[in-house]
Design a protein around this ligand. Structure first.
Ligand code: PGA
Length: 252
């Protein structure tokens, strides 16, 4: 059982700054670190800050291995909305990760089950994840592990909830969000040596509060993070607005 370190900060900019500090510390301490990285709106400012630090010569990702948490099924890497394209635009174009060290599930694989096994095995062969950076869905998902996903799940294909598909409609032309995705499992994420969870905005307040202070339950997948010994949470004041008063969060 772990006690997450919880930082509540002013706004999204400070969330990104503090997250970039933690990613930077891990990569400087272990230049060959294996990172699991998220997509979505939350990490965009983090990637901008990491790009700036790289350009200033403060940070190199040249020897890291990067594994994306998830990818849509049936979306080609170059298509709008694909997470491969998201990573290229927001992160890889601005840092120095060599192409062979960038990993993402192949949502076009002819046999998705085999692809999930390949991805899970590749993570293990790389030595396991040193730092997993996560966002949280307003339904409490991490990666695309929707409510009901078991704690010991490996990389798998998921049927996405209506809520999740609606929340991602902005990224697809005419809002045609795929119905399925490949995601690292909750077990895959919990195997990471360190976890950093980021939450911005009031739409996350309910899920984040349940995840950190509620019962550990598959109906709130992020609540399984309570079983991990090294979790840091960085939330803005809006995402933290429902935290109990007695919580051990630090406010700055
Ligand atoms: P968001 O997505 O960063 O776009 O809010 C987070 C998530 O659904 O995990």
């Amino acid at each position: 059982m772990g006690h997450p370190i919880i930082h509540v900060v002013r706004d999204a900019d400070v969330v990104a700054q503090q997250a970039a500090d933690i990613v930077g510390e891990v990569v400087r301490a272990h230049p060959t670190a294996v990172l699991a990285l998220p997509t979505g709106r939350t990490p965009i400012e983090l990637y901008q800050k990491l790009g700036v630090r790289h350009r200033r010569g403060e940070l190199s990702f040249a020897h890291t291995q990067i594994f994306n948490l998830d990818e849509w099924v049936g979306v080609a890497p170059a298509s709008p909305g694909s997470y491969a394209r998201f990573m290229e635009e927001h992160f890889y174009a601005h840092v120095d990760v060599p192409a062979p060290q960038r990993h993402i599930p192949n949502g076009l694989a002819p046999n998705l089950g085999v692809e999930c096994e390949r991805y899970e095995k590749l993570i293990r062969q790389s030595g396991g994840i040193d730092l997993a950076v996560l966002g949280i869905g307003s339904n409490g998902h991490i990666g695309f592990n929707e409510p009901g996903t078991p704690e010991d799940s490996c990389t798998h294909v998921v049927l996405l909830s209506t809520l999740t598909r609606r929340a991602n409609a902005y990224a697809f032309p005419r809002g045609q969000v795929p119905h399925r995705a490949i995601t690292m499992g909750i077990g895959t994420i919990l195997d990471a040596r360190q976890i950093l969870l980021l939450a911005v905005g009031s739409t996350k307040a309910n899920a984040l509060t349940k995840a950190l202070f509620g019962n550990v339950t598959p109906s709130v997948p992020a609540s399984f993070l309570q079983h991990h010994a090294n979790v840091t949470v960085i939330a803005d004041t809006a995402a933290a607005m429902l935290f109990p008063r007695s919580s051990a969060a630090s406010y700055s």
